[in-house]
Design a binder for this molecule. Structure first.
Ligand code: CP
Length: 377
């Protein structure tokens, strides 16, 4: 099965020479086909590292890289590329970045460095918080917020775009509608790639800021009972978050309509990491047990059938009455944007931390940029 699939897959050169945008199956197929090196990052955890064009590292360098917690030049494609220790390190650095993120303290840590923001999909928080993070650290930013007006419209493929932009910048942040696109970009880039969301795939920097928020608000991640609510099928933020919460010792309950439950492979990832997520349809049955309620938007843009979207969108709504059934110190998170899933009356309650969570994107992304670009060890 895998053999036949591989036969159909394009090689790096097939993709590089293809005229026009690379289509979805090619990116996904390519991401699965690439040669892998497994690097142990702990007693039970393996990190898959893909050697790439122009940046191949031998196995010893890679081992040294993992052991030293040195994040210089690291691609951030999936949260799986980080050990728990590395995540803890990023969060500790982020904590120190808060006064700079707030503008209370000045920094020139990344003076002379240039970040390229390549956003092929809409974004407010991720794009602007990366821009803020870079500028607060004294660096500069170039980029685009849609493929409109770029040579993608003339038929340039993602590989060529990334190759060219990696010659203009020190680090690329990419958001693209196709799963696997960031992994592909890392193959062609001479500079580190940060995945800012690849279709319904992963959103690792959102995951880091979510972990930062939980740790800050609740004091720890381990043993927190986290309820993931909403569109767990298409919501990429919950894919990254579920598996990392599992390996950090949190308890997980996934609350979603049957058709939007967490994908099987993510459930299996959680199980492999020692956490059996509880799957439920109704929040009412579980809210009293939760420490963290992580609400997500129904992803209209990823629904193949608009009628199905309409049916599901009013499935749940968090308001004062619902929260009244929860613990007093429950926190409500949301990656935002929210549509109707959290009533605005919740915004002023102490449980609502989603705007603080959005701010936390700045210090967390500052920490990542500083660690990857060598501004801090
Ligand atoms: N949370 C998040 O990714 O928001 P944006 O789509 O606005 O970047």
């Amino acid at each position: 099965m895998l053999k036949d699939f591989n036969k159909e897959c394009p090689t790096v050169n097939d993709i590089a020479s293809k005229k026009g945008p690379v289509d979805q199956w090619q990116i996904a197929a390519f991401a699965r086909r690439r040669p892998r090196v497994q690097i142990p990052t702990g007693p039970h955890l393996f990190c898959i590292v893909f050697p790439r064009e122009g940046k191949r590292k031998d196995i010893n360098t890679l081992f040294a890289f993992r052991n030293s917690m040195n994040l210089i030049n690291k691609d951030v494609v999936s949260i799986k590329d980080f050990s728990n220790k590395e995540i803890g390190h990023v969060l500790n650095v982020a904590e120190k970045m808060i006064p700079v993120a707030q503008g209370a303290k000045k920094s020139e840590m990344l003076k002379g460095k240039l970040l390229a923001n390549l956003f092929f999909e809409p974004s407010t928080r991720t794009r602007l918080s990366f821009e803020t993070a870079m500028k607060r650290l004294g660096g500069k930013v170039i980029g685009f917020d849609s493929s409109k007006g770029t040579s993608i419209e003339k038929g340039e493929n993602i590989a060529d775009t990334v190759r060219v932009v990696s010659g203009y910048s020190d680090l690329i942040v990419i958001r693209h509608p196709y799963e696997g696109s960031a992994r592909l970009a890392a193959e062609f880039s001479k500079v580190p790639i940060i995945n800012a969301g690849d279709g319904a795939g992963r959103h690792p920097t959102q995951c880091l800021l979510d972990l930062f928020t939980i740790r800050k608000e609740k004091g720890a991640i381990e043993n927190q009972h986290v309820g993931l609510l909403g569109d767990l099928k298409y919501g990429r933020t919950t894919h990254s978050l579920a598996s990392v919460l599992a390996r950090m010792g949190a308890k997980l309950t996934c609350i979603a309509p049957q058709e939007l439950q967490l994908p099987k492979e993510i459930i299996e990832e959680c199980q492999e990491r020692g956490t059996e997520p509880k799957l439920m349809n109704r929040l009412e049955d579980e809210i009293k047990n939760l420490d963290v309620l992580y609400v997500t938007r129904i992803q209209k843009e990823r629904f193949p059938d608009p009628a199905e979207y309409k049916r599901i969108m009013s499935y749940y709504r968090i308001d004062k009455e619902v929260l009244g059934r929860g613990k007093k110190d429950l926190i409500v998170m949301h990656p935002l944007p929210r549509i109707t899933e959290i009533a605005s009356e919740v915004d002023s309650l102490p449980q609502a931390v989603y705007f603080k969570q959005a701010f936390n994107g700045v210090p967390v992304r500052m920490a990542l940029l500083a660690l990857i670009l060598g501004g801090i060890k």
